[in-house]
Design a protein around this ligand. Sequence first.
Ligand SMILES: Cc1cc2nc3c(=O)[nH]c(=O)nc-3n(C[C@H](O)[C@H](O)[C@H](O)COP(=O)(O)OP(=O)(O)OC[C@H]3O[C@@H](n4cnc5c(N)ncnc54)[C@H](O)[C@@H]3O)c2cc1C
Length: 413
Amino acid sequence: MTPDNLTRSFDCVIVGAGHGGSQTAAALRQSGFTGSIALIGAEPEIPYDRPSLSKDYLAGKKTFDRMHLRPQDFWGAREVELLLGRHVSAVDPTARTVMTDRGEYFSYGQMVWAAGGDPRKLSCPGSDMAGIFYIRSKADCDALINVLPDAQRIVIIGGGYVGLEAAAVFREIGKDVTLVESLDRVLARVAGEPISRFYENEHRARGVDIRLNSNVASLEGVNGRVSNVILASGGRIAADIVVVGIGIIPSVGPLIAAGAEGANGIDVDPFCRTSLPDIYCIGDCARLKNGAGIRIESVQNATDQATTAAKAICGELRAYDAMPWFWSNQYDLKMQTVGLNFGFDSVVTRGDPVSRSFSVIYLKNGAVLALDCINSPRDYVQGRKLVDSAARIDPAALANTSRQLKEIDLVTS
Ligand SMILES: Cc1cc2nc3c(=O)[nH]c(=O)nc-3n(C[C@H](O)[C@H](O)[C@H](O)COP(=O)(O)OP(=O)(O)OC[C@H]3O[C@@H](n4cnc5c(N)ncnc54)[C@H](O)[C@@H]3O)c2cc1C
């Protein structure tokens, strides 16, 4: 049934104006989609580059206007209607409508859900005090930047990429930084041990106090503002502010409530179709049912899935099989990752980490799955081919830096 207060109708409604949503709109036009397109986004800004938030933007090295994914006039020129500052709170797959927090209803012919994720919040006592920050949106980052001049002692909770990148920025501007990680190494969920130990050494050498195997029990405060982080071990770390980077929770509530299959992300097929008719899901909040069956949080994944969904909407069913890649910038270290190391059973370190230019190669049953390349763009470029072909190479040959990766013979036996 069509609601009486239907606001507008669009041939395609895209929910989420981040990396995936904006690329969906662009790819639809590139694929010849001539229908009307609405790009609905909760944030007030036009689509922007999210990874810069914990890197150059936080460091004050990049202004926001240099982070726009497309120039302002791009959207009008392609007749993409930007409906920003609106949060889609309900989806009705029978009426084919979405409802926003402003009480608007928009009907759709096709819908693409590209809502990313919300930062996972601390839940320990004291976690609702002032002085606790997350880095997911420009608004989050601006709030943090505003208090930095008055904050000297910063405690970061979480040793993932976002936490480590923020630690690097804070040390470069002279803050006292303590990083608390509950596991026995940083980056434990995403990288092999040599990468974790390398980054721990780098950060410690620059003065970051890294506390591994440390769980946060509570936060203490004065007048409602955080002042100490209390560890389960009883340790107490003084903090002017706390920055939390403990992952995201996929923003899928309205779609799950509408009946889409999924839980930790929406389940999608190789064409990014959900279990609901004419509704696609892409990016951080989509979980490909086949393959590794996991959600992937990267710009590459969001933009390539956007193209897959746009093509499918235009009638070109091409299964998603893009090569995963990722990057992280910390200090003068540029890490580039290619492939997914999920399920690896051995690693080869190629080059000496002390040289600050080396690669870690992940193998499963002898085949190359992925590479993490630190200040090694050549390994990254040449390694892509090894990942693509799941090359089987003698580990000793992989470790031998006197030969380039492209020159190494495959194992023939
Ligand atoms: C600080 C930081 C650093 C990062 N660094 C890197 C990096 O170096 N390399 C890399 O590859 N990846 C990095 N990432 C991850 C990368 O940014 C994400 O994987 C990518 O943005 C995912 O794109 P997406 O479109 O799925 O989600 P997003 O880009 O997050 O876009 C989702 C949008 O949907 C909006 N939204 C949510 N719910 C609703 C709703 N109900 N209604 C309307 N709008 C809604 C959100 O406000 C958001 O604007 C980083 C992420 C962060 C936060």
